[in-house]
Design a protein. Structure first.
Length: 402
């Protein structure tokens, strides 16, 4: 008797679908625009990229050389999840000197501050939890909260940030778990929340019981005015504020170094989440950054001087570049300027026409958790020289003619 194998099926079953959260959350419109504007002839106001010619290549190289020469076994080995003790100690001293008493045990080193947001979402958010955000809001934060399955609710505000009365009402109505803010030189608007409003936010969080996530990647890039203390320093915020920081804007984004300061219980939960994500942030990069802290202030001073000139160049050219009836802010620091064109303009629809002029911006619509304002746009002023900014604004004026 001859036994034959059964014929193979002519069709195969499909693989299971992606997780619902992956299907629901799209990519970053900013990243999509950057891919389109990669041509060297494009003057790109769309990115949030530090100026590469200002990277301290010699200083950073010296820090890496020192670490590899002096402690190669440590630098190339696994590290603790919480971060290298020398870097945490240096950061703690730096934060304390800026008005917020901090110990190394208060800190977790992260692979960029973006990872800090992801760890916090893992540690704090269950599906359908409510998160309050600014309007408009940092786009990548909206993505993180969306992937966590959270309900994201925008708090109305003005040029000074979230409105305290609106915040109180939403806290009572929505019972949120956390409030996410970029209070200093906000992305995308560049605005800074004044001290009195920060105190009101801290008071509301204390009375109603919610976490504050205070993201501060731009705070050291101040070009005028006085430094505004962190929300974390205000009464009522001590046990419920998570402060995030980054080396990306003041040292180099390619190192992917950030940090998270949080109360002990939440810090521990984030450390457990980080163990599951990547075990620890690269040891070599941490040790080099710890070494570089000795000269960081001098480097930041140089960067501030250049960026301040570039901000001024953009402010000087905007009256001729934008249509009559437009408005914009004057950020005291950071990397971004926010503009609003007349109601008849849709900056998303106009972008292809503007790109034909070899210049780019980011439409404002993707930064809104609620109904967007289609006439808004974000301009980054730090990556180009004043001469390039002037030419870019002339191109922008041509592209916006309708």
């Amino acid at each position: 008797m001859i036994v034959t194998e059964p014929a193979a099926s002519s069709s195969t079953a499909p693989v299971p679908p992606l997780a619902a959260r992956a299907r629901m959350v799209g990519g970053s419109p900013v990243r999509d625009i950057l891919a389109v504007t990669a041509r060297p002839e494009v003057i790109n106001f769309a990115g949030g990229l530090p100026a590469p010619e200002l990277f301290d290549r010699e200083g950073i190289a010296a820090a890496f050389h020192h670490v590899l020469a002096q402690v190669p076994e440590q630098a190339l080995q696994y590290s603790t999840t919480e971060g290298e003790p020398t870097l945490r100690a240096g950061l703690a001293a730096r934060i304390s000197a800026q008005g917020l008493p901090t110990t190394p045990d208060d800190l977790l080193i992260t692979t960029g501050s973006q990872q800090a947001l992801s760890l916090l979402s893992t540690a704090l958010l269950d599906p359908e939890d409510t998160v309050l955000v600014e309007s408009p809001c940092y786009l990548a934060a909206l993505q993180v909260f969306g992937l966590a399955g959270a309900r994201v609710v925008a708090v109305p505000g003005d040029d000074d940030g979230v409105d305290p009365a609106a915040l109180e009402e939403l806290i009572r109505r929505e019972r949120p778990k956390l409030l996410y803010l970029v209070p200093t030189f906000q992305n995308p608007t560049g605005r800074t929340m004044p001290t009195a409003r920060r105190a009101a936010v801290a008071s509301a969080a204390a009375r109603h019981g919610l976490w504050i996530v205070e993201d501060d990647p731009y705070g050291e890039l101040r070009y005028e005015g006085e430094r505004v203390p962190w929300i974390a320093t205000h009464a009522g915020a001590e046990d419920r504020t998570v402060l995030l920081g980054s080396f990306s804007k003041v040292m180099a984004p390619g190192l992917r170094l950030g940090w998270l300061r949080a109360p002990a219980g939440l810090l521990r939960a984030c450390a457990v989440a980080k163990q599951a994500a990547d075990l620890h942030t690269p040891t070599l990069n941490q040790l080099a950054a710890a070494r570089y802290l000795d000269v960081l202030d001098a480097h930041v001073a140089k960067v501030r001087a250049v960026y301040g000139e570039r901000r001024n160049a953009m402010l000087a050219g905007l009256p001729e570049a934008l249509p009559e009836g437009s408005s914009w802010n004057r950020p005291e620091g950071g990397m971004f300027l926010w503009a609003r064109l007349p109601d008849s303009y849709d900056t998303t629809a106009l972008l292809p026409k503007v790109l034909e002029q070899d210049v780019a911006y980011v439409p404002g619509a993707p930064f809104y958790a609620a109904t967007p304002d289609p006439s808004t746009l974000r301009l980054c002023f730090v990556t180009q020289t004043p001469e390039e900014i002037g030419e870019g604004l002339r191109r922008l004026a041509r592209g916006l003619r309708i």
